[in-house]
Design a protein around this ligand. Structure first.
Ligand code: BTN
Length: 245
């Protein structure tokens, strides 16, 4: 069933499409409402970072109301990452996923995903799925670590909507296990990470995700550790790790 984009709100400019979408959701916007802006004045990324949002890129937030318990919302980000990755691949970009939800091309960031949840009385009310994709020109502020796709915004958005419907529906109907193989297949290779295990740092290579969403970290001896995602920091693919770091 087609549900994403059932309602579209197009803005010339706003602070953040996530804030606008959250406002529409609180006012009752339906599952699948999209908010799209030409540019953002205060685009936000994860962990309070800014998201450079000059005209030309895609800045879109979707209001989703999946029938999920609150605890099942964070892994939904993985389904969204797969969708963004596949949308980029549909235009020939060799896109890959960097955990938790960056989309890279040749080790540079093409797209970012910011998922925010609104709840009431312990129950999920809405999920705001914000996606930023560099199209055309790479924003100057991030030129050294970002890349852009040469695709027209509407064309990319149409593909993105189709992929999001596909992967979000699959996650909601069949759960995390049903998307982990697809996520692992698309994972960028050679990513280094540092995990905190019982208060001590452990460095290694990220090799995948376990069935319950734990990350798999291979240390310098070849031992694979299952680590909780909240305890892991992924560092750039080109970082050099000392075995004892
Ligand atoms: C990240 O990589 O840290 C996430 C970036 C998410 C950026 C998008 S652009 C559309 C939506 N509005 C925002 O303010 N942020 C997200």
């Amino acid at each position: 069933m087609t549900w994403l984009g059932c309602q579209r709100i197009e803005l010339e400019s706003c602070a953040s499409t996530n804030d606008e979408a959250a406002r529409y959701a609180r006012a009752g916007a339906s599952h699948g409402t999209l908010v799209i802006a030409e540019r953002q004045e205060a685009g936000r990324g994860r962990e309070g970072r800014a998201w450079a949002s000059p005209p030309g890129g895609l800045y879109v937030s979707a209001v989703m109301r999946p029938p999920l318990p609150l605890a099942d919302v964070p892994p939904m980000t993985l389904a969204i990452g797969i969708a963004v990755c596949d949308a980029a691949r549909a235009f020939g970009a060799p896109a890959a996923l960097k955990w938790p939800n960056d989309v890279l091309v040749a080790d540079k960031k093409l797209a970012g995903i910011l998922v925010e949840t609104q709840s009431q009385g312990g129950k999920l009310d809405s999920v705001i799925v914000g996606i930023g994709v560099n199209l055309g020109i790479v924003p100057e502020a991030v030129a050294h670590r970002a890349t852009a796709l040469q695709v027209d915004r509407e064309t990319f958005l149409a593909e993105l909507v189709a992929q999001l419907e596909r992967w979000v529906d699959r996650y909601v109907a069949c759960g995390l296990e049903s998307i982990i193989p697809a996520w692992t297949e698309r994972m960028a290779r050679g990513l280094s990470a540092i995990a905190q295990i019982a208060g001590a740092p452990l460095a290694g290579e990220l090799t995948g995700i376990d069935r319950d969403g734990s990350l798999l970290l291979k240390d310098h001896t070849g031992t694979v550790h299952r680590v909780r995602s909240g305890d892991v920091e992924v560092i750039r693919p080109d970082a050099v790790l000392s075995p004892t770091a």
